[in-house]
Design a protein around this ligand. Structure first.
Ligand code: PLP
Length: 396
């Protein structure tokens, strides 16, 4: 049995969570669309409702297909418990609004995903939560803010879209010293490349919409950690109703069976492409944690098993007109607001990661308008490089 051994990440991607729920010899997880679950025995019904017996009552609370998805991610992240939400933002807002109350303080970084940043600058202050956002690269400044005391420390690494890397073990230690709950958005790394709980974080979360699902056909979010913390987040989510749909859970589960293969390919391709772009005369700057020139390359090498499938770059001249000319020339890339899929996806922050932010807000976060985020798919690396080459020639 899978549960009695120590399977590696690839085996877990394929098998974890599923074997207990297979029906009547089916080899694939069932998609249970039923909204409610009936009981002939009222006492059994009551036991399930009180959590004294496993089972389901109502689809807003729990669902068998959703539970399999949560279980697979829980095993991959090596956590005690996991719960999910309808989107990545659903799980991020549920976590923050569960843990924080008026008068509390939260410390984070300026470079979080645009939607997360909006929670910090627009919504939490409305509930009298004090938010301190530090320069992402400045570990001393983050430690100093944490040392003043905070209820939660929220980190993302690598960040979207400039792929900065934060020393998670160092900052988790700082957070724990003041009793803060340390939360890490692991969307860009995936559990194949990095396990923040092993580095000392209390909670690890994902936009499952991205690499976990990997096929750009289902939205979802998931968070893992101790039973105590996850149950609190689950309770808030079951009441506010941001539930993951069973069909989305199935699509995410199916996608996750190839997670390790996709990530392996994407790690390898992204590094080759980053090296190619770094030496190209039309490119001003490339951001990728696997490059020796990356400001946090040493930290990345220490805490990541691979450097991920996303890189970003700036064209020479730092000119948005060049971006306008370049993007439509790419043959093997969707120009779209997503990442982490089997197809390569490309776009500038103004229409992707930071579409909800104003130009001034992006500037304050240090995100150049003419940055191009390039999420490497699973196409042949040589074809992607040739595609970039021809599009760059056109720009020049
Ligand atoms: C790092 C990161 N976290 C969270 C999210 C939000 O996820 P979702 O779009 O599933 O709500 C995104 C979306 O791009 C992301 O890139």
């Amino acid at each position: 049995m899978l549960t009695n051994t120590h399977p590696k990440l690839g085996t877990l991607s394929v098998w974890a969570g599923e074997e207990e729920y297979l029906l009547q010899g089916a080899t694939q997880a069932p998609v249970v669309h039923s909204v409610s679950f009936g009981y002939n025995d009222v006492d059994e019904w009551l036991q399930v409702a009180l959590g004294q017996k496993p089972g389901h009552i109502y689809g807003r609370n729990t669902n068998p297909t959703v539970q399999i998805f949560e279980e697979k991610v829980r095993r991959l992240e090596g956590a005690e418990a996991a719960t999910s939400a309808s989107t990545g933002m659903g799980i991020i807002s549920n976590a923050l609004f569960t843990l924080l109350s008026p008068g509390d303080r939260v410390v984070s970084v300026k470079d979080t995903y645009g939607g997360t940043n909006k929670i910090f600058i627009e919504f939490l202050p409305r509930f009298q939560v004090d938010v301190a956002l530090c320069d992402t690269a400045d570990h001393e400044a983050i430690e100093a803010e944490v040392a003043k005391g905070c209820k939660a420390l929220y980190l993302e690494s690598p960040t979207n879209p400039t792929v900065k890397v934060i020393d998670l073990a160092r900052l988790a230690k700082a957070g724990r010293e003041v009793g803060a709950v340390v939360i890490v958005d692991n969307t860009f790394a995936t559990p194949i490349n990095q396990n923040p709980l092993e580095l000392g974080a209390d909670l690890v979360l994902h936009s499952a919409t991205k690499f976990l699902g990997g096929h750009a056909d289902a939205l979802g979010g998931v968070i893992c950690g101790s039973k105590e913390l996850v149950e609190q987040i689950y309770h808030f989510r079951e009441i506010n109703g941001a539930t993951l749909h069973p069909m989305a859970a199935y699509l995410l589960l199916r996608g996750m069976k190839t997670l390790h293969l996709r990530i392996r390919q994407q790690n390898e391709s992204a590094l080759k492409i980053a090296r190619f772009l770094e030496t190209h005369p039309a490119i001003k700057r490339v951001f990728y944690p696997g490059l020796e020139s990356h400001q946090n390359h040493d930290i990345a090498r220490q805490q990541m098993r691979g450097f991920g499938g996303v890189l970003s770059f700036i064209l020479k001249g730092n000119d948005f007109d060049a971006v306008r000319a370049f993007l439509p020339r790419l043959r093997y890339a969707h120009a779209a607001a997503n990442l982490g899929a089997v197809e390569t996806i490309v776009g500038p922050p103004a229409t992707t990661s930071h579409v909800e932010c104003t130009r001034e807000e992006r500037e304050a976060m240090g995100i150049p308008e003419s940055l191009i985020r390039y999420s490497v798919g699973i196409e042949d690396t040589e074809d992607l490089i040739a595609d970039l080459e021809q599009a760059l020639a056109y720009v020049r």
